[in-house]
Design a protein around this ligand. Structure first.
Ligand code: UD1
Ligand code: CA
Length: 474
């Protein structure tokens, strides 16, 4: 149910200078989602009637991402006046005139904050009928954050930014997370009074806290249990740290859902991955995008799956797969490379040093060793001999190979596409299949073998090979 008295403002106009990147900061990714993607997902869980995103730096790129993730979000462009206060001021100007509810302000660069914490903040704010409630944290190293300055009786007085703080204020470890709830009318009133006479020459949102307090309004802070929940990503060290935290949360969530994860520190799971109970994940595994793994499957070690579906009971070992579907009880790897469009049926096998692309390998069929299978359909219960290559590309066009069911192809074949091998057919070792093979036929292209007795003794006298042949009595 939409909360008609709730708007969320997502701040995403800042430059993110410290990332030293051509990509806008909020579009850097964490667990397969952009930073702003995490924030929008969390904001959406509060079911606000309005989500407003404030943009400026690289606005078109940022807007494109927001529009894709949350088409209903209102985009507001910040003008040349810098600062978080200005950002919020332009954002709330976009709200309908009759909106008289609460405004949650979150930063596009604080990805780990979860909806429960934000919901608790909103609940405390509403229970206290406060003008503003902010989320605070105790940080061992508070460098860079705004500090909470409290009065003699412990009440919150104001926030001072790092660059404006006195040495005494810098020693404060209670910090402003940059996440707040405001009642819209006092927020609007006080923002109009905020100036930019500070070290950064910016219109600070944090100044609203002190102004509200001075006006006698109810202002309070709610501490988060653990500081990392509100840590902002300002540089790539913090990006990696936030990524590690988020991964830990995701891994533990799946462990509690019944997934065995042998080594959480080397297992990386994206936010949009789905795992079933009794999946087992071995060290060095990355599960990315919309990957789905069904019950009883074993993944890893050393496997990367991107947007890949793995059926119940399958095993996928030392494999790299993208946009592939692996059937029930099928087996893949070690050392397999499944490119987009690979489909492996139930009980099938894609074995060691095999590359596949845009191919359907039917139930029970096997490509066990050293092969390239591209643009190919294989029926059921067929066995593709070791070292078989589908020659699908003539330098200009890609063509298809069709292999029927119950086919037995010999080792080291080349299937020169377009070509069809009928049901139940056999091919000899080393065959280059250039013409269709009818069902049930044996195809052979190799010339018959000729032995020349005594060739070594005559042509390589005195060599170790000649001596060995002599000792063998030839
Ligand atoms: C801000 C807070 C600080 C707090 C910290 C928490 C202010 C003045 N300071 O500092 O008290 O401890 O967050 O992480 O608010 N942004 C805009 N428009 C702007 C400037 C920034 O939209 O003109 C956005 C940024 O894109 C970012 C967020 O606001 O998403 C915070 O900006 P940032 O520059 O990172 O602020 P901090 O210095 O971290
Ligand atoms: Ca920040």
């Amino acid at each position: 149910m939409t909360d008609q008295n709730l708007a969320v403002v997502v701040l995403a106009a800042g430059q993110g200078t410290r990332m030293k990147s051509s990509r806008p900061k909020v579009l850097h990714s964490l667990a397969g989602r952009s930073l702003i993607g995490h924030v929008l997902a969390t904001a959406g869980q509060l079911a606000p009637s309005h989500v407003i995103a404030v943009v400026r730096h690289e606005r078109d790129t940022v807007v494109a991402t927001i529009a894709e993730l949350m088409p209903s979000a209102i985009i507001v462009d910040q003008d040349e006046i810098p600062g978080t206060g200005r950002a919020v001021e332009v954002a709330i100007a976009a709200l309908p005139e009759d909106f008289d509810g609460d405004v949650v302000v979150v930063s596009g660069d604080v990805p780990l904050l979860d909806a429960e914490t934000l919901g608790a903040l909103l609940a405390q704010h509403r229970t206290a009928a406060a003008a503003a409630t902010l989320l605070s944290a105790i940080m061992e190293d508070a460098t860079g954050y705004g500090r909470l300055v409290r009065g003699a009786s412990g009440e919150l007085d104001r926030i001072v930014e790092q660059s404006d703080a006195t040495p005494e204020e810098l020693a404060i470890t209670e910090i402003n997370s940059g996440t707040y709830v405001f009642r819209v009318s006092p927020l609007r009133q006080q923002l109009a009074l905020v100036g930019a006479s500070n070290a950064q020459g910016e219109k600070y949102l944090t100044d609203v806290i002190g102004l509200l307090r001075a006006s006698g309004a109810e202002v309070s802070a709610m501490p988060v249990a653990e500081g990392w929940m509100v840590s902002g990503v300002n540089d790539r060290v913090q990006l990696a740290e936030a990524g590690r935290r988020m991964n830990q949360l995701i891994v533990q969530r799946w462990q509690r859902e019944g997934v065995t994860i042998q080594d959480p520190t080397t297992t990386w799971i994206d936010a949009d991955v789905t795992l079933a109970p009794d999946v087992e994940i071995l060290p060095g595994t990355q599960l990315k995008g919309a990957t789905l793994v069904q019950t009883g499957a074993t993944i890893g070690p050393d496997t990367t799956l991107v947007d890949t579906e793995v059926g119940p009971g399958a095993t996928v070992k030392r494999t790299d797969a993208t946009l592939a579907v692996i059937g029930e009880n099928a087996s893949v790897g070690p050392f397999a490379y499944l490119r987009p469009g690979t489909y492996l049926g139930a009980d099938g096998k894609i074995g060691t040093f095999v590359e596949t692309k845009n191919s359907r390998i039917g139930a029970g069929s096997k490509v066990p060793h050293l092969s390239y299978i591209g643009d190919t359909t294989v029926g059921e219960q067929s066995n593709i001999g070791a070292g078989t290559i589908t020659a699908n590309y003539d330098g200009v066009n890609k063509s298809s190979t069709v292999v029927g069911s119950h086919v037995r192809s010999g080792s080291h074949n080349v299937f020169v596409a377009p070509v069809t091998i009928g049901d139940g057919a056999y091919t000899g070792a080393g065959t280059v299949v250039r013409k269709d093979v009818p069902a049930g036929a044996l195809a052979i292209t190799a010339a018959s073998q000729r032995n020349m007795p005594g060739w070594v003794a005559a042509n390589r006298p005195g060599t170790a090979a000649a001596k060995a042949a002599e000792e063998a009595g030839e």
